[in-house]
Structures are given as C-alpha cells and as structure tokens.
Design a protein around this ligand. Structure first.
Ligand code: NAG
Ligand code: NAG
Ligand code: NAG
Length: 289
C-alpha cells in the first residue's frame, strides 16, 4: 500500500517535472520564423522539432523572432548524415547593418566517415577573420548534441555538450571592439558551399544524395531580450535572478582544463597561430585569449 502510494507520488512528480522541463524549452512555433527554403524548412511535433533540407535548387533557414543583447543560447542539432561534403549547417547570432556583430558556429560537411569540421568565428563591428576550427570527439550525425553560445559583457564561450571549446575574451583593453551594443538574433541555415567547405572546395556536393537534412530541438535562450523600442528585459526586475549566473559567468579551473583538452586534441585551425597569415604579428586579442 505504502509502496504504491509512493510510486503514484513519484509518477506525479515526474509528470510535473516534465511539464516544467518542456516549458523551459522554447517552442519553434512560437519562437522562430522560417526565412527561406519554400517548404524545405519544417516545424514538426507541435513545435518540438525543426528540420532543414537542402537540394540542388535551394537550402533553407530560420531565425528567432526575438533579438538578444547577451545571453546563453543552447540548441541541439543532429547534422546531415552520410556524404555531407559541400554542405554547411550554420547556427549563429548576428546583428544587422554594415558594422554588424556576429558569433558563429558553422558545421562543414564531409565524405562519409570523414570528420565534420566545426568552424567558429567572432565578428565585432563588421570585422571577423577570427576563425578557429575543430573536429569533434563524437559523430555529430548519429544523435542530437548541444551547441551553446554564452555571450556576456566579459566574454564569449562556445561549448559542445557543456564542454567549452573556445573562449573569446573582451579585449577592449587592447583596442579590439567587443560585441556589446547591438542586439542579435539567432539564425540557422543549411546551404551549399561546395566551392570552399570540404577540404577547401576540393570535394564537391554529391547531389545524388539530396535532399540533405539537419534537425533541431530544445532551443533555449536564457537571454536579455531587446524589444523593438530598444528596451532590454534585463533592465527590468524580472531578470535579476539571471544576473548572478550567466551574465557574470566565467570558466572555472575544471572548465579551463576541459577546453585545453579539446584545443590540444581537436583543434584543426587557429588564426592566432597562423604565422603565414599574420607575418607582421597576430591580432591583439590573441595575446589575451
Ligand atoms: C574532412 O576530412 C578530411 C580528411 O580527414 C579532413 O582533413 C577535413 O578537415 C575534414 N573536414 C572538412 C570540412 O574538410
Ligand atoms: C532587481 O534589481 C533592482 C535594482 O538593483 C531592485 O530594485 C529590485 O528590487 C530587484 N528585483 C528583484 C525581483 O529582485
Ligand atoms: C549584477 O550583480 C552585480 C553584483 O551582485 C552587480 O555588480 C552588477 O552590476 C549586476 N549586473 C547587472 C547587469 O545588473
């Protein structure tokens, strides 16, 4: 008797918990607009799943309705499986205008069995050229994995399944602009970049494999939302609770160590060590990152 009462309680608790978890994650129907692809982007399962496809005529994409000025953005992605050479799945934050800011994750496809390249970049006031690239320690096409951008006034941290892979620190002290004034939306797209994506464009897209498809779920934006009038949700009382967490978050010693491990074993390109590209010396932020 006591046992069954307890299990009923446990079931009730689990149901409550799952409602809580669901409400914590966004719903694609409410949170994003499909921007292109003429039916190639689809929102499924009552907003829980989004799929993008690419064929020879077009790719597809979406963007958030909200714009953010600082936040912690998480998305689970399952990338194009099989021969994905030539395809690029982009997932990034960007503002608009000629001096835009941008924080990029781009997944460059590859031949079956060859590793995807995760390309990252940071633009501030229209200037990018800060590429770091990684291979992954798992097959990103076999299952969903979480890719996160933490963006606060002090730093940008790129993470994969909670493991930081790159930190871009605010380097205003050495004269490098930092994205901190222009609200950004989250964008994602699946498109063809056979000219450069795979082994520098050597391997082209195999269109006999089309349509290519990537899937998204569990988008979560713990972020300061900026309204069209320019007001931030973080200047109001409701955001105080987030102040002590991501808005001031930094890497602790354990996370630093994990990031070093990834960079040592999986980084395949770092602009800050590309001496051919920067014969006159590396960009100033390289000294502090
Ligand atoms: C594709 O595989 C090759 C061979 O392993 C690797 O050098 C390259 O970095 C991989 N990624 C891309 C996008 O070319
Ligand atoms: C939020 O912060 C403001 C100013 O620091 C304070 O006046 C207000 O009471 C706080 N609200 C909550 C809900 O903590
Ligand atoms: C967050 O809280 C700290 C102290 O607790 C304060 O110094 C800082 O200004 C706050 N930041 C924002 C954006 O409210």
């Amino acid at each position: 008797m006591a046992f069954s009462w307890q299990s009923t309680k446990i079931v009730q608790l689990l149901v409550l918990l799952s409602i809580f978890i669901n409400s914590a994650n966004a719903n694609f129907n409410n949170d994003v607009d499909i921007t292109f692809g003429d039916g190639r982007a689809k929102i499924l399962n009552n907003g829980e799943l989004l799929t993008l496809t690419l064929d020879h005529s077009s790719g597809s994409g979406f963007q958030t309705k909200n714009q953010y000025l600082f936040g912690k953005i998480d998305m689970q992605l399952k990338l194009v499986a099989g021969n994905s050479a030539g395809t690029v799945t982009a997932y990034y934050l960007s503002s608009t205008g000629p001096t835009w800011d941008e924080i990029d994750f781009e997944f460059l496809g590859n031949l079956s069995g060859d590793p995807y390249t995760l390309h990252t970049n940071v633009f501030s006031q229209g200037k990018g050229g800060r590429e770091q690239q990684f291979h992954l320690w798992f097959d990103p096409t076999a299952d969903f994995h979480t890719y996160s951008i933490l963006w606060n006034p002090q730093r940008i941290i790129f993470s994969v399944d909670g493991t930081p892979i790159r930190e871009f620190k605010n380097a205003e002290s050495v004269g490098v602009a930092f994205p901190k004034n222009q609200p950004m939306k989250m964008y994602s797209s699946l498109w063809d970049a056979e000219d450069w994506a795979t082994r520098g464009g050597l391997i082209k897209t195999d269109w006999s494999q089309a349509p290519f498809s990537a899937s998204y779920r569990n988008f979560n934006a713990n972020a300061c939302i900026v309204s069209s009038s320019g007001a931030s949700s973080c200047s109001s009382n409701s955001a105080n609770s987030s102040n002590d967490s991501w808005l001031n978050e930094a890497l602790d010693a354990t996370s630093e160590e994990k990031m070093r491990w990834v960079q040592k074993n999986y980084m395949v390109y770092n602009y800050c060590t590309d001496s051919k590209r920067f014969p006159q010396g590396y960009p100033p932020e390289c000294a502090i990152n």
